[in-house]
Design a protein around this ligand. Sequence first.
Ligand SMILES: N[C@@H](CCC(=O)N[C@@H](CS)C(=O)NCC(=O)O)C(=O)O
Length: 291
Amino acid sequence: MNDASAYTPPKVWTWETENGGAFAKTNRPIAGPTHDKVLPVGRHPLQLYSLATPNGVKVTIMLEELLALGLRGAEYDAHLIKIGDGDQFGSGFVEINPNSKIPALMDHSTPKPTRIFESGAILLYLAEKFDAFLPVDQALRAECLSWLFWQMGSAPYLGGGFGHFYVYAPFKIEYCIDRFAMEVKRQLDVLDRRLADHQYMCGDEYTIADIAIWPWYGALVANQVYDAAEFLDARSYTNVVRWQQEIATRDAVRRGRMVNRTSGPLEDQLHERHDSSDFDTGTQDKVEASG
Ligand SMILES: N[C@@H](CCC(=O)N[C@@H](CS)C(=O)NCC(=O)O)C(=O)O
């Protein structure tokens, strides 16, 4: 590993497998599967392969919200994909998502099973399929989709930029942390101004825009990702904090956050979800207590 200030890029970049950083073991410059692995398929129409990162949580919140509306067609099995162990590079997973990232969904209720990858595409697919959490009015729908795609474009600056250099990089580089802290604070200000005179991202209606944005920016101001709330003075974005707290009280959100979670308090971890009763019987505290 070189001194950051003294690095001169070579003519042609080559892959150093041990370049340090939290994800050195799994990151690769090539796509495609590394091993054969058939994915499990449960009994419900929707099969989710995921982990409770902010991108994963978007989908489990959406599914739990749909079920809370009484839409039984949204019943799902959530299978755990351990990205730290490289499960996203198994052949079965790559067939669903050639980009090897969670979340990935299979809909077995269609004549030919439908695969959907990218969390924004999954939210939109589910919203259209069940006619929920997406405004019908054309102008509101445009507003909702604008914020949904704002999230998809913005979050990589938060996760891949700020989070990576603030938490995961093998050493702290002031230039990178400054650049991405500035951008993330700008994004928080975008949200704060919008939420100053709107209850939710698109107005009075809770939509897939909120479901996409909350797991990232809500978690940031609640200090649930990167332990950076103080560093970014997150409490000063009072409208984002108000919106974060309001959404956190929803039952479907509380349940969605638990699914495929493998860290934090054991009673909040539901590694796999195959039935709504799993929230009562299958959390890790109970699994471990039963031996
Ligand atoms: N744009 C994608 C991003 C998905 C993504 O980055 N997933 C991460 C976890 S949050 C992942 O699977 N990482 C594994 C890897 O990069 O190998 C989406 O929103 O679905």
